[in-house]
Structure formats: C-alpha cells, structure tokens
Write a protein that binds this ligand. Structure first.
Ligand SMILES: NC(=O)c1ccc[n+]([C@@H]2O[C@H](COP(=O)([O-])OP(=O)(O)OC[C@H]3O[C@@H](n4cnc5c(N)ncnc54)[C@H](OP(=O)(O)O)[C@@H]3O)[C@@H](O)[C@H]2O)c1
Length: 250
C-alpha cells in the first residue's frame, strides 16, 4: 500500500513511518518540514498522488485553547479530506485520544471536532484512539523551563508511542471500520509521578508540583476516564521499561 502520514515527523508519526516502512509499504510524509502544510493545503494533492490510505498524526502543538485546537483540527481535517477525495484515497485514519467524550473543553474540544469532521466527511474512515504516550511527560517538561515543573492532575494509562505507531499501521491495513479498538498501556499511572521518575532517571534536580486544573478540562484529566475501558488493546511496554529503553531520549 501507499500510505501518507500527516505529522510523520512528530513523536508518534515517526513510529508510524517506521512501522509502515518495515511492513513493506510505500510511505510519504506530510509535514511542513517536507513542504506539505495541512492548514494551507500547500503541497497536499501532489503528495497524496497514488496514496491508498492517510494516517493523520498531525498536531496543533500543546495549546490549551479550545478555539485554537478546534481551528487547527477542523481546518487540517477539511483540507486532508478534500485532497483525499480529489486523488481517490480510500481510507482516512485519524488518531484521537481515549476517554475524551465527556470532556468537550480545551485541547480535547479540538480532538472531538476532528472526530466529528472525519465522521461526517466523504472519505471512508477509522478513528483510532490512544492513551497518553510515555513520551507525554517529556513533551510537557521540555515545554516549560524553571526549577519547578507544574503537572496537571492526570490519571492515565500511558502507552509507548512506538506501539501506537504499529497499531495505526494495522488499522490502516485493515480498511475503514469507523472506530478501531482503543489502545492504552499496561499500567495505571499519575502524570506527576511519571514526570518525577523521568527527571530522577535523567539526573535532573527539577521538582514537580501537581496542580488540579480548573473547569471541565481539569475535572476530565483527574477523573480517570482517560484510562480507557477493559475492551482496549493493551500495549506491553510499561513506563519504567520505556524509560530504560532506547526510545527514551530519542
Ligand atoms: N502526545 C500524546 O500523549 C498523545 C496521546 C494520544 C493521541 N495523541 C494525538 O497524536 C497526534 C500526534 O501527537 P504528537 O504528540 O505525536 O505530535 P507532535 O510530536 O507535536 O508532532 C506534530 C506533527 O504535526 C506536524 N504538523 C504540525 N502542523 C502542521 C501543518 N500545519 N502541516 C503539516 N504538518 C504539521 C509536525 O511537523 P512540522 O512541524 O514539520 O509541520 C509534526 O510532524 C495528535 O493528534 C494528538 O492529539 C497524542
């Protein structure tokens, strides 16, 4: 298959590209650094020429603004689906987040808007939801400076981005089914705890302060909903195992 990976240079996108290449697929990366912009549409139709499936692992960044997140995911999805329709792509795979249904706020408002846009589009689709990545604490830590890092109270079941990448390729290969099984990690974790373990492992003296965010978003993060249900596919790699692996620090 020819598979286009939007966000193929990102944290999970790189693993999607690796897994698809290893499975023998012909892979094209859609990212601004590769001359393709999902927001302006520049380079999209040309890059999608001959593609059978698109896996969307692009991201708006770490914005907490519902307005900005919605603007990114709605525009990116509209442009991707328009270009896919024009060139005859037969399967759009969107990566979303486990357990967000009742948290229509902040960044998750953007992800829910993305899911709605995909589901109401003309390209056959699969929405695949994943738990927070093991890489997530590091993404937040690197986005904030200073000796004390503030981590929102977040109960999660983190999963290795490598395992999510392989899952997305299997989903793309399987053809459109509307909704794939969720994928989460093997253990319940608390974000502030994993951030502390990561800093200790890396020999950093930075401290972590857990803060309960206000409003619907904060309630959702602390609710445990993001851990997913018993029917989720479970990754094998636990956070501490991931910390000791070559994937940490890549
Ligand atoms: N992080 C988590 O724990 C987690 C958990 C579950 C699901 N997810 C979902 O996984 C997806 C990917 O997250 P991530 O953390 O891997 O993202 P990331 O590391 O921030 O990577 C974002 C990717 O999107 C590309 N991108 C951004 N703006 C673009 C644009 N205008 N046009 C084309 N490409 C653009 C970036 O490449 P360029 O900068 O070169 O454009 C990059 O390849 C997101 O949809 C997120 O909601 C994340």
């Amino acid at each position: 298959m020819r598979i286009a990976v939007a966000g193929g240079t990102g944290v999970v996108g790189r693993y999607v590209v690796n897994a698809a290449t290893e499975a023998g697929h012909d892979v094209v990366v859609l990212a601004r650094s590769r001359g393709v912009d999902v927001l302006t549409g520049v380079g999209l139709v040309e890059a999608l020429d001959g593609a059978d499936a698109v896996i969307d692992a692009s991201n708006s960044g770490t914005t907490l603004s519902a307005r900005k997140a919605k603007a990114f995911f709605e525009t990116a999805t509209r442009n991707l689906l328009d270009a896919e329709r024009r060139v005859g792509v037969r399967h759009h795979v969107a990566l979303s987040i486990v357990g967000i249904d009742d948290i229509d706020a902040s960044y998750f408002a953007g992800k829910l808007a993305q899911e709605r846009a995909v589901a109401s589009g003309v390209v056959p689709f699969t929405i695949a939801r994943a738990g927070q990545f093991h890489e997530f604490a590091g993404q937040l830590l690197s986005g904030m400076g200073g000796p004390v890092a503030l981590m929102p109270t977040l109960l999660m079941r983190p999963v290795a981005a490598r395992e999510v990448g392989a899952h997305l390729v299997r989903v793309a290969e399987g053809g459109p089914v509307g909704r794939a099984a969720d994928i989460v990690g093997p253990r319940d974790e608390v974000l502030a705890d994993v951030a502390r373990r990561q800093l200790a492992f890396d020999g950093s003296r930075r401290r972590v302060l857990q803060v309960r965010l206000p409003g619907a978003y904060g309630r959702g993060l602390a609710s445990g909903w993001l851990r997913g249900g018993a029917d989720a596919v479970q990754g094998w790699v636990a956070f501490d195992e991931w910390l000791r692996s070559d994937d940490h620090g890549k």
